[in-house]
Design a protein around this ligand. Structure first.
Ligand SMILES: NC(=O)C1=CN([C@@H]2O[C@H](COP(=O)(O)OP(=O)(O)OC[C@H]3O[C@@H](n4cnc5c(N)ncnc54)[C@H](OP(=O)(O)O)[C@@H]3O)[C@@H](O)[C@H]2O)C=CC1
Ligand SMILES: N[C@@H](CC(=O)OP(=O)(O)O)C(=O)O
Length: 347
């Protein structure tokens, strides 16, 4: 037995990676539907490297009955309309948007960190996938938190333009060319020039009624999602920055613990932890950069060192493919977890 799986937003950056990863991991599918907006109805796309082609279906006319799992990567607007529709028809939704993440009746899952929380999914038949920057950070924090209890995290992100979808990638490409040939380089998707620049602004600004006044929503999401996934007592202060990299988010993470944790112990825990690849040689090139993580499943951790400015502190660098662990891979891992723990339909 196998599942009937819908990929919503199948023509986008994340949707295409979902199809790739379903194929790569040989997820047990009996049928896959590629669904997107009416703009792409009838387009033909590949089901990863399986050799199968899929004709894109219009979400507005899609019949959710009889489908087992829907992986949504179309943003909050379509999720608000269609995820409850799919869920009510008996199709379990795994949604990549931020819409349901903080809903107390919707589990927010990173399988390496809080797999058991998935058991509450039946309340709404919806499971949320975290923000891309949160996902890679909590995978790295989990083994360290288990060993020495994290009190506070200060993180700065270096987020690639693919986090802003196809339009973000096109803007970096076109602006880079425009800089060289002297054409105008007006920002469209981003607030300022992204080519050869960095922008300390991702998502909207939080208002004065919030504890996070002056932070952006991306920075707030990193804090509250870490609390929901890992531990509500961890304090998180994030600064999220868009950088001119196509794929791969990087993070400089400083952690304060309740208990002492040596660099050697932290490295040994990270080496053994699921989803982590420790690459940490204190020499030229002994660390991972975003272009090196593209297409990989792992969250790469490098440059682990003691933070001498606090009693029990460590600082590290972490890099991951935001379209994979930050979105599509994590969603497929959730589907695998759901299958193992609840659906039990596949062989
Ligand atoms: N990129 C990332 O790192 C992360 C993304 N996400 C989430 O995934 C979503 C998709 O991201 P990404 O793939 O990068 O974005 P893209 O812009 O590359 O793709 C958007 C996809 O959504 C589809 N879509 C847009 N509007 C509708 C609609 N009204 N009904 C049905 N489908 C629609 C598009 O279809 P069409 O081609 O027909 O327009 C396309 O397939 C994001 O909005 C976000 O919620 C979450 C975490 C990380
Ligand atoms: N905001 C992320 C991608 C994303 O879509 O996040 P969210 O699903 O939390 O809105 C980025 O720009 O890199």
């Amino acid at each position: 037995m196998a599942y009937r799986v819908v990929v919503v937003g199948a023509t986008g950056n994340v949707g295409r990676e979902m199809l790739n990863i379903l194929g790569e991991r040989q997820f047990p599918v009996s049928e896959v539907a590629a669904v997107a907006s009416p703009r792409s109805t009838g387009d033909i796309i590949d089901f990863g490297d399986t050799g199968q082609e899929l004709k894109v279906r219009n979400i507005e006319h899609f019949d959710w009955a009889g489908w087992d799992i829907a992986l949504f990567a179309a943003g909050s607007g379509p999720a608000k309309i269609y995820a409850p529709m799919a869920a009510a028809a008996g199709c379990t939704v795994i949604d990549n948007s931020s819409l349901f993440r903080m809903d107390p009746d919707v589990p927010l899952i990173v399988p390496e960190v809080n797999p058991h929380a998935i058991d509450a999914y039946r309340k709404r038949n919806i499971i949320a996938n975290p923000n891309c920057s949160t996902a890679q950070m909590v995978v790295a924090l989990k083994p360290l938190h288990d060993a020495a209890t994290i009190r506070r995290v200060v993180v700065s992100t270096y987020q690639s333009v693919s986090g802003a979808g196809k339009q973000g990638m096109d803007e970096l490409f076109e602006q880079s060319r425009a800089v060289f040939v002297g054409d105008p380089k007006e920002p469209r998707k981003f607030t300022k020039q992204i080519a050869f620049n960095v922008i300390p602004h991702i998502d909207s600004f939080m208002g004065p009624d919030s504890d996070y006044d002056g932070y952006t929503k991306e920075e707030w999401k990193m804090a509250v999602e870490t609390n929901k996934i890992l531990d509500p007592n961890i304090l998180v202060s994030a600064t999220c920055v868009r950088v001119p990299v196509f794929v791969g988010h990087s993070e400089a993470v400083s952690v304060e613990f309740e208990e002492p944790l040596s660099v050697a112990k932290a490295m040994s825990l990270l080496r053994e932890a699921p989803g982590i690849m420790l690459v940490d040689k204190r020499e030229d090139g002994g660390y991972v950069t975003p272009v090196e993580c593209v297409g990989d499943y792992a969250t790469f951790v490098s440059r682990v060192r003691r933070d001498p400015t606090v009693p029990n502190g460590l600082t590290f660098w972490c890099v991951s493919d935001n379209l994979r662990k930050g979105a599509a891979l994590n969603a497929v891992q959730i589907a695998e977890l759901l299958g193992r723990r609840h659906l039990k339909k596949a062989a």
